[in-house]
Write a protein that binds this ligand. Structure first.
Ligand SMILES: C=C(OP(=O)(O)O)C(=O)O
Ligand SMILES: [Mg+2]
Length: 574
């Protein structure tokens, strides 16, 4: 029977396909005594052989769709299965203790994991713990006769249904077959939602219950425009959504016409609309959508897609590719923003009660300076190939900015002394995403070259509401006068010192926010590439002169987020 499940609209578009449940099965088991240990060992060997041939298949598919580097992780898994020290120890445990294979596997793998995790002076070996965990899960599933989801083996069109997707899960989705995703938890500005927008995959998050509401193989219509999943739709539903999908495609075709136009408002003011990217591969989307620069390159994805810390040369090549690809247009590269919801398997971070308030971004860079210096050297070398701007994430104090700038200057002088070609014109700026810094923007403005306002974090920290938690998503209030006052103060402070202010948080591409930002005089707008043409089309219809007054009212007279939403809507519909 048809069911409509509401959630948060995280990425535009409509898709209809079979549900693919990316849900971890129950791998619990009971300890049993075994009398026929030989038969038990042969059951174990069967599970290992099946796991091995499954891994061969997954490796082939991963190589095809994601490339050799991504596929290599499965070699590590196959090596563990072929290692007599591991599998031999499990067999030994079965015969010595007369226990079932599940118990023996569990005991041996826990032992191995503890040993690897204990190698704190060798991050490479520590990383092997994750491989042992993954392989154990696969063999255990075969012993128990349960199905383990293998998203890399998907060979037909599906909608992924999951409790949650991490940014790295999202990066591995094969766009050829995955038509969208819907999750139990998450918010609009969580990184998997942001990635869905750059992949142009419709997504609905924070439904609370979707994994319990839909069964594998059921048809699902995903309405990423309004935030709903329709499970087992009727013919009428399918017709209705086909029409909605067509209207959306027509709308996009209309926006497409603006691809090669500059962004100019109705009163003739030009603004730069830039795009946010995660990897050099996203450049195609930037160019296809006619963006006028890159306003945020989230370099942490370079670290996340690697099996170990990327070398200076790896990074140099990536940055050079982006700078050259943008052909002289400005590229704002943000230094590594690891922590929060972005993890590196090879850089174990301490367990934290509040990772978003913890050891992340510039805090890690200033502490682990060898990582930071390597990144800065790669950036400095790449600066010869385009118009590079660098910014630091999560700056909360002036001292942090000064320390980061000092390290940058040191690395620059060393390279210049060696005769390496380095641009002399690299602007150094910061993300404005910590309220303490936004309040002191007038002080920061004297020392930076630019600000880029990160509303995803600025709103989460100002409203004290986790950006990935659907239960508090009502507090994501970009038009709340408290947020607008901070934004205005940041923009005014920059201008007072003759600096520029941009925004790279998701709000920069929001239809209600854009008129307010134009009114406040924001200089640069950076957003998911897929939003660029919609915003260009909107700006063409707006006149900055009228909007100044509107923004003034929004900041000083309105009390709530909704007041301002209505204020802008009534202006636009006038
Ligand atoms: C752009 C931002 O950075 P990120 O989403 O990567 O935290 C932000 O916080 O608004
Ligand atoms: Mg941020």
């Amino acid at each position: 029977m048809v069911k409509t499940i509401k959630g948060i609209a995280a990425s535009d578009g409509i898709a209809t396909a079979e549900a693919y449940l990316l849900v971890q099965p129950d791998l619990s088991f009971d300890k049993k005594s075994i009398s026929d240990t030989e038969a038990e060992i042969s059951r174990l060997k069967d599970a290992i052989a099946t796991s091995d041939s499954e891994l061969t298949k997954i490796r082939d598919v991963a190589k095809e769709s994601l490339g050799e580097d991504e596929a290599q992780v499965f070699d590590a898994h196959k090596m563990i299965l072929a290692d007599p020290e591991f599998t031999g120890a499990v067999e030994q445990e079965v015969s010595d203790k007369s226990v079932n294979a599940e118990q023996a596997l569990d005991d041996v793998s826990k032992n191995f994991i503890a040993i690897f995790e204990g190698m704190t002076d060798n991050p490479y070996m520590q990383e092997r713990a994750a491989d042992v965990r993954d392989v154990t899960k696969r063999v255990m599933a075969h012993l128990l006769g349960v199905e383990l989801p293998n998203p890399s083996l998907i060979d037909h069109e599906v909608i992924i249904v999951a409790h949650d997707l991490t940014p790295s899960d999202t990066a591995q989705l094969n766009k050829k077959y995955v038509k969208g995703f819907v999750t139990d938890i998450g918010g609009r500005t969580a990184h998997s939602a942001i990635m869905a927008r750059s992949l142009e995959l419709p997504a609905v998050v924070g439904t609370d219950s979707i994994t319990g509401d839909v069964k594998e193989g059921q048809t699902v219509i995903l309405d990423g425009l309004n935030g709903a999943a329709i499970v087992d739709p009727t013919d009428d539903d399918i017709k209705k959504y086909a029409k909605l999908a067509k209207d959306f495609a027509d709308q996009k075709a209309e926006w497409e016409k603006l691809k090669n136009e500059a962004t100019v408002t109705a009163d003739g003011k030009h603004f730069d609309i830039a795009a946010n990217i995660g990897t050099p591969d996203d450049l195609q989307g930037v160019i296809d959508n006619g963006a006028e620069g890159v306003g945020l390159y989230r370099t942490e994805f370079l670290y996340m897609q690697s099996e170990e810390l990327p070398t200076e040369d790896d990074q140099f090549n990536a940055y050079k590719k982006v700078l050259e690809g943008m052909n002289g247009k400005a590229v704002v590269v943000r230094t590594m923003d690891i922590g929060g919801d972005k993890h590196l398997s090879y850089l174990p971070l301490p367990e934290e009660m509040n990772p978003f308030l913890g050891y992340r971004a510039i805090r890690i860079s200033l502490d682990r300076q060898e990582i930071f210096r390597t990144q800065l050297r790669a950036l400095l070398r790449a600066s010869a190939f385009g118009q590079l701007r660098i910014m630091f994430p999560m700056i909360g104090t002036l001292q942090e900015f000064r320390d980061a700038k000092k390290i940058f200057e040191e690395e620059k002088s060393k390279l210049v002394a060696k005769g390496v070609e380095v641009s002399d014109n690299i602007q150094l700026g910061m993300m404005m995403e910590v309220p303490a810094a936004a309040i002191l923007a007038d002080q920061f403005a004297k020392e930076v070259d630019f600000f880029s306002i990160g509303t995803n974090d600025l709103i989460q920290y100002t409203m004290a509401a986790d950006r990935g938690n659907e239960h508090v998503s009502y507090l994501y209030q970009p038009y709340n006068p408290s947020i607008l006052r901070l934004v205005k103060h940041v923009i005014d402070s920059a201008h007072k010192e003759g600096k520029w202010a941009g925004m790279c948080g998701e709000a920069a591409g929001d239809n209600i926010m854009v008129p307010l930002l134009l009114g406040m005089g924001l200089d640069e707008y950076s957003m998911s590439a897929t939003s660029v043409l919609r915003v260009r089309s909107l700006m063409k219809k707006l006149s900055t002169a009228d909007l100044k007054e509107l923004a003034e009212k929004a900041v000083s007279e309105s009390v709530t987020n909704e007041d301002n939403e209505k204020l802008v809507e009534s202006y636009i519909n006038k």
